[in-house]
Design a protein around this ligand. Structure first.
Ligand code: PLP
Length: 280
């Protein structure tokens, strides 16, 4: 009898240093006991110190890759990361519709950990218009969230500020929004110093659009420079958990534990922001 293996298709860019993008996604998906498939949108030449070059995959090739996978393989969950261009986003949105994908986890990757732009400005409008309405679970960090709601300069100084951002994002289409607070750590008393990147607590919010209900998760802030690929890894862990049949809240809580462990046990590779330990 054939084994029942949950499947995840990741649509993302490649990171030659193996810490983020497609490479991280496949490791995380495998570590979660799922079968991973890929559609690569861009090739980056990079290491832990930065991105040296980006070569976008021609849009027609992205379309052919999506068709090849969907016409033959079972896809339980789709996860998207670095998408590269407005044209590629439109092709992905068409494929999601054509193949009736219900569970799509969108990590709205905009800037690399080392500061390079990974999504041109004109593509943000396509992401908002074409992909967010089809999104099952959106996983922005705070800077990405503020960009999507077109308030890039807004300061987050309280947990209720985070909640109101999550609500605004939910109104743009996704069924669930996981707003990740790694960029805005809070003090233990729930306050934060504006602009401060250090703190004691990391606050994430999982917001459900249909019920307008939410879960606030507070975890000790891990002060590490080895966080390259954290966003990719969280989204892939959640996508894998959803493929395994977990409910969104369970999928998020389990992924949070995995990521804390992966940062705490990071191998410390490279001279810059090194990768996580994906091997759990
Ligand atoms: N995707 C690719 C191909 C990347 O190179 C990067 C960062 O360098 C990312 C996504 C985003 O990485 P992170 O998970 O650290 O946000």
């Amino acid at each position: 009898m054939a084994a029942q293996i949950p499947t995840v298709l990741t649509i993302a860019g490649s990171d030659s240093s193996g810490g983020a993008g497609i490479e991280a996604d496949l490791k995380v998906i495998t570590a979660h006991g799922c079968y991973g498939m890929t559609t690569i949108t861009a090739l980056t030449a990079q290491n832990t110190t930065g991105v040296r070059a980006i070569h976008c995959v021609p849009e027609e090739h992205v379309r052919k890759s999506l068709d090849a996978v969907f016409e033959d393989m079972p896809v339980d969950v789709v996860k998207t990361g670095m998408l590269g261009s407005a044209g590629t986003i439109n092709i992905i949105a068409e494929a999601i519709e054509k193949y009736g994908v219900e569970k799509i986890v969108v990590d709205p990757v905009m800037v690399s950990t080392s500061g390079t732009e990974l999504l041109p400005d004109d593509a943000i409008a396509s992401l908002t218009k074409r992909l967010l309405p089809k999104t099952y679970l959106l996983t922005p960090n705070v800077p990405e969230a503020l960009c999507l709601i077109q308030q890039p300069q807004r300061e987050i100084t309280s947990i209720s500020d985070m909640l109101s951002v999550a609500e605004q994002l939910a109104a743009m289409g996704p069924r669930y929004v996981l707003l990740k607070g790694g960029h805005v750590p809070f003090k233990k008393d729930g306050t934060r110093v504006a602009g401060d990147r250090k703190g004691e607590l990391m606050v994430d919010i999982l917001y459900q659009s249909a019920t307008k209900s939410y879960e606030v998760s507070k975890k000790p802030f891990i002060d590490s420079k080895h966080t390259h690929g954290t966003g990719c890894s969280i989204a892939s862990a959640i996508a894998s958990n959803l493929a395994k049949g977990y409910q969104p809240l369970e999928a998020f809580i389990d992924a949070g534990k995995y990521i804390s462990w992966a940062i705490e046990t990071a191998p410390g590779f490279g001279k810059g922001n090194g990768p996580l330990n994906h091997m759990h």
